[in-house]
Design a protein around this ligand. Structure first.
Ligand code: ADP
Length: 396
């Protein structure tokens, strides 16, 4: 089964082609992408021509599905066929995810025109949060705001779901891993009566960062809110911010709303704090050379991460596995050490040598005797989308 995963940015189109064997194992056959895309139809043609030239897909008939990692839709979530309803749901929330929803709506439309007959599947990033208790999703806003859609949705669902599944495997809870695998087809499958709860805190630290609390494979809350401008400081987007800041800077700095929005999404986050850049490598390099704002950006990130880990430690009543994933989480042992520092009494303690040695690969970094197992699990969101696309198609 050949599954193409389409990753659509506001000006980019990246793809990966996976082949699944009968046992469900996936091989990556090809990957590629184009920058400065203005015509998604042409980008799709170019992609198919590349796959044809590589001998992987002779024609659209050799493609068994296309998966999209859609962000959030109005009144729609889950892993579903990418049809008119998906496009309408993405359009309904284009204001909340302006960099993500319009390219996906357009890209799905173009794929439908270009590849009629090839099933398209949308995996919403919000899908993993379908079972979060309502109290953890609601803001204290007037009812009309809530009815208009103002609530916490959560993002990075593909990544956190992968962590939920993989961490369950790593701690030997195959029952929970199986429940996670089937979540979008079967819903909340019951676990064996009397099974011990499995409490996982998943830290996805990348260009965007979020922390999700997971009980028995199911998200119970997350740091991301209505939009991806929330939670931890992001690369160049503000994280959590008091809503009063917006009218305040409009009035005192004389900024129009559109400019405030632009600055919050382009000039905030680690970039705004550090003044150096939005990439963790540049910020770390500057901090190492004594740049005080770069050091502060790291400290704010660490503080925010500890804040959210603390929230889920309490909400879960403890933590059996703490997981770091994505570009920052996988490659920065000193950030992991700083985030876990002084938490021995709470059961979290790292083995310094194991932590230092582990970059960009899966492994365990728990100190001997510590109660909470700490893992690094590399993110592979495209593979998650491909797997969910296969499950969705097989479930009919
Ligand atoms: P996204 O997919 O959201 O763009 P990634 O998961 O690729 O993001 O993470 C990007 C972040 O990871 C950047 O801030 C980058 O500096 C950091 N990162 C990636 N590789 C490394 C590395 N080898 N060492 C340190 N930081 C890294």
């Amino acid at each position: 089964m050949n599954i193409l995963v389409a990753n659509l940015g506001s000006t980019s189109f990246k793809f990966r082609l996976f082949r699944f064997d009968g046992a469900g194992a996936a091989a990556l056959l090809a990957k590629g992408g184009y920058e400065r895309v203005t015509d998604y139809g042409k980008a799709i043609d170019d992609c198919l021509a590349e796959l044809q030239a590589g001998g992987h897909v002779r024609s659209a008939a050799d493609l068994h599905g296309v998966g999209f990692k859609t962000v959030l839709g109005r009144n729609l979530t889950g892993c579903v066929r990418a049809d008119e309803k998906v496009i309408a749901a993405l359009d309904g929330f284009r204001e909340i995810a302006p960099a993500h929803n319009p390219p996906y709506a357009l890209g799905i439309q173009r794929f439908r025109e270009k590849l009629p007959g090839v099933p398209l599947v949308a995996l919403f990033e919000t899908a993993f949060y379908q079972w979060v208790p309502e109290a953890a999703t609601r803001y204290a806003v007037p009812q009309a705001w809530y009815e208009a859609g103002v609530r916490r949705y959560g993002f990075h669902g593909a990544s956190h779901k992968f962590v939920a599944e993989r961490s369950a495997e790593l701690v030997g809870r195959t029952d929970v891993a199986e429940r996670v695998r089937r979540l979008y087809q079967a819903g909340l499958a019951p676990l064996a009566a009397g099974a011990k709860p499995l409490r996982v805190i998943s830290c996805h630290f990348g260009g965007s960062s979020s922390i999700t609390g997971i009980r028995d494979g199911v998200a119970i809350g997350t740091s991301m809110g209505l939009s991806p401008q929330s939670g931890l400081p992001q690369n160049n987007r503000v994280g959590d911010l008091d809503s009063a800041a917006v009218p305040f800077v409009m009035k005192t700095l004389g900024l129009p709303l559109a400019e405030v929005e632009r600055q919050m999404t382009k000039e905030g986050g680690l970039l705004g704090l550090s003044g150096v850049g939005n990439d963790m490598r540049d910020i770390r390099a500057a901090a190492a050379q004594g740049n005080a704002r770069a050091r502060l950006a790291l400290d704010v990130f660490i503080h925010s991460a500890r804040h959210w880990i603390g929230a889920f430690l309490v909400e879960l009543g403890g933590c059996d596995a703490l997981v770091f994933t994505a570009g920052i989480g996988e490659n920065n042992p000193d950030l992991r050490a700083a985030i876990c520092g002084g938490l021995g009494d709470l059961g979290i303690s790292l083995d310094p040598a194991k932590n230092e040695a582990l970059r960009g690969a899966e492994g365990e970094i728990t100190a001997a005797g510590a109660r909470t197992r700490v893992f690094v699990i590399p993110a592979n969101e495209e593979l998650v989308v491909a797997r969910e696309t296969v499950r969705c198609l097989q479930a009919g």
